[in-house]
Design a protein around this ligand. Structure first.
Ligand SMILES: [Zn+2]
Length: 662
């Protein structure tokens, strides 16, 4: 009897846990409406139940519904993620890897099918040659980079520096760089030696120098010592004196003024050499810390020219090797599948526009129209809701500041994918016209850098308003941009624009045919998060045109604002601006989507489980906490979550007190 009773109990338990598994995401009363069936798009296909149900099955695979969602929602929604995916894999990293794979397939197909239509476009021919030169790479031969540099008469430190600057390298001695200034302008910036970065003279860099100088070099040990002393002197000259205030020392100067202030360099000559144009004396540029620049230039003009030259070459090589996804830094650059992927990753960084054009044309273009219909629709709803919330003015801001923030919210833009909108194929053809690609990887790499930075310099001085507008309608990434900045959607403060990269626009995070709970579960939360970044503690100071204002100085005078910030800032480890975007972005998405109690009852659980997907595999990085911490903290702040999962008051996901912010 006893055994039978135990068996019954076991069966009951099994049934109960299975039953709970099914009940975890009930589908019987789900809202199956579809944004694409709106009147204006009656010809579009209806949302596919198969696709949605298949996705819900996938969500269930990651869940551990036997756990208590009110104790730890991350464990409940993502508890099985690690048994399905490897360490380090998140929804976004898997998505990025799928895109890499598509590029590999595309290039391999084109290499094997010479009659493909793509071959008629010069852009594809260049991409293929580049890919081929990368695949053919053998052992690294760093001196090849130095051999490609143009010969300049003489050995003045500033001339070589200007030449290296053409390839986007400008970190030591005196830094001359073109960078984006606001939503419609680039500027030339002159800065002192960056003493945060140093040279680590590796054996391979030393060997490249030795070959390049035909053996005319001190020993590795001696040279390392000489470089160290040089760096020490440069740091002393560039570092502000201790005790000086850390106020902003950047100012605008005309070229003429700069020449008067810093006569140790011929600025017209140096700018011409680096940026390829003769700038008039009235030209305006930015310069930082003139006293430090003056001291540095004075010292460099007197120092050993040969040592300065060697140091520049070594730093340049180190910089090239440290660029994200340089395949030469890959331990096994041989003919292998991994090499194909590393070449594609390298090309995605280095040939941003051309690579994204190919992706748009071969893959993304087919879904763009449907995506824009849905994403712009949700974005507009969120914007209206955001403005409505701000107008309630719960913090009691003064009218001028409130208006400025409202302007900013109304002015937010969005870019779907990684290219400018509405430009013709002609635009891309012209863009790549002067980009030279041959058979040698080293030459190709340098020429591509040259192409990118030449373009930046031209963009800075062009008067063509239409062209400027195109280039400022998206974020044209530089080759040095780190993956973790652009792999997921992000808010770009200078352009006041939200970028939704291709990697986001696919399952499991997004699909234009998602039912509302799935669609808003991630898309509205992601957009909400990025929109809130526009007024988080870091970015609030930029206005809609990307100009710096003093909004945060005004905000900290407001007691309610300070109270709200302090409530979220509960330990020194909090990434405050991310937490603000998480909490207020989640609130904004909820307010936009879940007003109706019936919607909450029937679709609430699915909405929150879909929301969890982004966080399931996310580990902490320098900008973000772990996915589990972010997800649980954000949802514990939402009483709607506790309502949907019937969490008793005082449980971790239904705390007694909450913070409120925007
Ligand atoms: Zn963020």
């Amino acid at each position: 009897m006893r055994h039978l009773w135990e068996l019954c109990l076991l069966l009951l338990l099994l049934l109960a846990s299975q039953g709970q598994g099914v009940k975890a995401l009930p589908t019987a009363h789900l809202n199956q409406s579809c944004r694409l069936t709106a009147a204006e798009s009656a010809t579009e296909p209806a949302c596919s139940p198969e696709l949605n149900l298949r996705h819900i099955q996938l969500l269930k695979r990651y869940m551990r519904p036997e756990l208590d969602a009110c104790q730890d929602f991350y464990a409940y929604a993502c508890g099985n993620w690690r048994s399905v995916h490897k360490m380090g894999e998140s929804a976004m990293s898997l998505s990025g890897a799928r895109i890499d794979q598509r590029y590999v397939e595309l290039f391999e197909r084109l290499l094997h099918v010479p009659r493909s239509t793509e071959h008629s476009l010069p852009l594809y021919g260049k991409l293929l040659r580049y890919y081929h030169s990368c695949r053919a790479l053998g052992k690294p031969r760093l001196r090849r980079y130095l051999e490609q540099l143009p010969h300049i008469g003489g050995s003045h430190w500033a001339d070589l520096l200007a030449v290296l600057g053409r390839y986007g390298y400008h970190e030591h001695y005196v830094k001359i760089e073109v960078s984006q200034h606001n939503a419609s302008q680039h500027m030339i910036v002159v800065m002192p030696h960056n003493y945060y970065l140093n040279l680590s003279l590796s054996g391979s860099i030393y060997n490249a120098l030795r070959r390049h100088t035909h053996g005319q070099l001190p020993s590795l040990k001696q040279l390392t010592e000489q470089f160290k002393q040089l760096e020490q002197t440069l740091q002393e000259l560039a570092q502000p004196p201790s005790g000086s205030s850390d106020e902003d020392t950047v100012s605008t100067y005309t070229l003429e003024q700069l020449q008067q202030e810093l006569p140790g360099l011929n600025w017209t000559h140096v700018l011409h050499l680096q940026l390829g144009a003769i700038y008039p004396g009235s030209y305006q540029l930015l310069a930082d810390d003139l006293p430090a620049l003056r001291q540095l230039i004075g010292y460099l003009n007197r120092a050993d020219a040969r040592l300065l030259q060697l140091y520049s070459w070594a730093r340049f090589l180190q910089h090239l090797m440290q660029l994200p996804h340089n395949p030469l830094s890959d331990p096994q650059p041989s003919f292998s599948a991994s090499s194909a992927t590393s070449c594609v990753q390298h090309m995605r960084k280095t040939l941003y526009l051309a690579m994204n054009f190919a992706y748009e044309r071969n893959y993304y273009g087919k879904q763009r129209q449907a995506d824009e219909h849905v994403i712009f629709g949700v974005f507009e709803e969120l914007k209206q809701q955001f403005a409505q919330q701000l107008r309630l003015n719960t913090l009691g801001l003064n009218a001028t500041l409130l208006d400025a923030l409202l302007d900013k919210v109304q002015g937010l833009r969005i870019n779907v994918g990684n290219l400018p909108r509405n430009v013709s194929d002609q635009f891309y053809e012209e863009c790549v016209q002067h980009w030279r690609v041959g058979n040698d990887f080293y030459e190709n790499h340098l020429n591509s850098l040259l192409h990118y930075y030449d373009h930046l310099a031209e963009l800075e001085r062009t008067e063509d308003a239409a062209l400027r507008q195109v280039w400022f309608s998206f974020n044209h990434h530089g080759p040095e941009l780190l993956d973790n900045i652009d792999a997921t959607p992000y808010f770009y403060c200078l352009g006041s624009i939200i970028i939704m990269p291709y990697a986001y626009m696919q399952l499991p995070l997004y699909e234009s045919q998602f039912w509302p709970a799935l669609l808003y579960g991630d898309l509205a939360n992601t957009l909400g998060h990025e929109m809130l970044h526009s007024i988080d503690t870091y970015f609030v100071d930029y206005d809609a045109q990307g100009e710096m204002r003093d909004y945060s100085d005004q905000l900290v005078l407001n007691k309610n604002y300070l109270k709200a910030v302090n409530c979220l800032n509960d330990s020194e480890h909090v990434m405050l601006n991310e937490r603000i975007a998480d909490i207020s972005g989640t609130r904004l998405a909820l307010n936009t989507y879940m007003k109706d109690p019936l919607e909450r009852r029937h679709n609430g659980r699915l909405y929150f489980v879909q929301f969890a997907q982004f966080f399931c595999g996310e580990e902490a990085d320098i900008y973000h906490d772990t996915g589990s911490k972010r997800l649980n903290y954000a949802l514990a702040q939402m009483p709607e979550f506790a309502e949907v999962f019937n969490c008793a008051p005082g449980t971790p996901m239904n705390p007694v007190s909450r913070c409120s912010f925007w």
